[in-house]
Ligand binder design. Structure first.
Ligand SMILES: *[C@@H]1O[C@H](CO)[C@@H](O)[C@H](O)[C@H]1NC(C)=O
Ligand SMILES: *[C@@H]1O[C@H](CO)[C@@H](O)[C@H](O)[C@H]1NC(C)=O
Ligand SMILES: *[C@@H]1O[C@H](CO)[C@@H](O)[C@H](O)[C@H]1NC(C)=O
Ligand SMILES: *[C@@H]1O[C@H](CO)[C@@H](O)[C@H](O)[C@H]1NC(C)=O
Length: 438
């Protein structure tokens, strides 16, 4: 090698090193801060404000209720999802006759269900209190914002419950309307209700797998009628990506009947994975969800919630196989969680999330799990059962619905929990550059 070449190589080498370093620093500083960075930043700001005896920013003057502190009272942390059901005469929070936003199938009382005890249970966390659902306050916070539910019909159940809870604070119900004029019972893929006074929409997107459904790739085996693209979010994602609160749920469609037996196979990239198990496929879908959240969602603007699986309660038999729940009038109040609490979908979602959190501590996926599986497992009394067909028409016993829930009822509790999680998140993020209040 000639000396000139040596100098040349050294220059090139140094140039490369500098470039790589620059790129690295650029990445560090241009990356959107993760949710945890954001909170840490907020805490620091709060400390500085206290140190300098300055008036804290507006949001800090609000005293968060007990439930909103990270640590609970007594001897445990505040886990909103650990606790018990207690009888509360002041429930339900609304009457179905006052809420025009409920599918006929969920109006149990109007459909003839004789007992209403299932509407009178309040969820009481073990080491803290939940803030009471404040419809007016939540609407104020949601001013100019969008809430989107994405998932299966149990997600729709929860969406309708939130419409009722929020609309209970609005006297003029005609100021709440579907933006395309679609009726609530007629399915259009998505429905979006506008609360006009608050310029806030509460939306529902049907996407039972959360990932995209597609035509099979060329030269697939004949039995493949369609595929679930496990590495792509549902095609409607561009519509809800920019919502301010997104509540996902899935699980009920991840079974043999609703996939392989109907010719729906799993696809990753260009390949149909004929041998993939249900659990592997579901895991991949949750990984795709977290990847998507990390890549496409702005954690400063959007709260992402994954509502965990809501157990079904067919006793002594399956759906259409003699299973029933129509005589259940009491929750499972005492003792260890009932068998329904054991659910592989919740386990897999939990595993994927904690794996991610372990691998990239500073970049935990900014997803809140609304862990309702166990508390819901205790509520075999809350299903629509035979009161799901309309006024005065009890369904035949072999057609009862032990998956969906009466409204008012159990999904209201999921939304009280959502309200608590949202409040906590909003208080932490209120000082954002584009505050919700405008
Ligand atoms: C529901 O109706 C009952 C009886 O009609 C009434 O006593 C109760 O206050 C109503 N509840 C709400 C939340 O409006
Ligand atoms: C409903 O609750 C009341 C009061 O606890 C009780 O007296 C009644 O027996 C219950 N009804 C049913 C059908 O469980
Ligand atoms: C209503 O809210 C949307 C965001 O959802 C915003 O883009 C729009 O400017 C708001 N309109 C008014 C009149 O405030
Ligand atoms: C959900 O809650 C149950 C009961 O508190 C707990 O055992 C489980 O680990 C939780 N799962 C997740 C994913 O948070």
């Amino acid at each position: 090698m000639k000396p000139v070449d040596k100098v040349h190589s050294a220059t090139v080498f140094i140039f490369l090193v500098v470039s790589v370093l620059c790129f690295f620093f650029y990445q560090q500083y241009s990356a959107v801060p993760s949710a945890t960075d954001w909170v840490a930043g907020f805490m620091e700001e709060q400390r500085l404000a206290e140190d300098s005896n300055e008036k804290p920013p507006e949001a800090l003057e609000e005293r968060p209720p007990e439930a909103l502190k990270e640590e609970g009272r007594g001897n445990g942390p505040c886990d909103l999802f650990k606790g018990k059901w207690v009888w509360d005469e002041s429930y339900p929070l609304y009457n179905s006759t006052d809420c025009p936003f409920i599918d006929g199938g969920f109006r149990c009382e109007e459909n003839g269900r004789p007992d209403n005890n299932y509407t009178k249970w309040r969820w009481q966390p073990a080491h803290c209190d939940m803030p009471r659902f404040d419809a007016r306050g939540m609407l104020e916070r949601l001013r100019g914002r969008r809430v989107a539910f994405v998932g299966d019909s149990i997600g729709r159940n929860q969406w309708e419950s939130l419409l009722c809870l929020l609309s209970s604070a609005v006297a003029d119900k005609s100021s709440i309307y579907e933006v395309n004029g679609s009726p609530i019972t007629k399915h259009r893929g998505f429905l979006s209700f506008m609360f006009r006074t608050f310029n806030c929409t509460v939306e529902y997107y049907r996407a039972p797998f959360l990932v995209a459904q597609s035509r099979p790739p060329p030269r697939s085996p004949g039995k493949v009628r369609a595929t679930l693209r496990l590495d792509f979010m549902d095609w409607s994602s561009s519509r809800w990506r920019t919502a301010d609160v997104i509540v996902f749920n899935s699980g009920h469609w991840w079974n043999y009947e609703k996939t392989l037996r109907s010719g729906y196979y799993f696809q990753v990239g260009n390949r149909v994975k004929m041998e993939m198990t249900m659990e592997q496929a579901y895991r991949k879908s949750i990984e795709t969800l977290l990847d998507w959240v990390g890549r496409d969602v702005n954690p400063r603007k959007t709260l992402v919630v994954l509502r965990s699986y809501a157990p079904i309660h067919f006793r002594s038999g399956d759906w259409k196989k003699g299973g029933s729940c129509h005589k259940e009038t009491l929750p499972d109040l005492e003792g260890p969680p009932p068998a329904e609490a054991e659910n592989w979908a919740l386990r897999v979602a939990g595993e994927v999330i904690s794996e991610r959190a372990r691998r990239r501590r500073r970049h935990r996926p900014p997803v809140e799990v609304l862990n309702v599986t166990q508390l819901t497992a205790r509520r075999r009394d809350g299903h629509a059962s035979v009161y799901n067909l309309g006024p005065g028409k009890a369904a035949p016993l072999h057609r009862q619905d032990c998956s969906h829930w009466c409204l008012p009822g159990v999904p209201d509790t999921w939304n009280e929990l959502l309200h608590a999680v949202f409040l906590r998140w909003d208080l932490k993020n209120h000082h954002s550059l584009t505050p919700a209040g405008g």
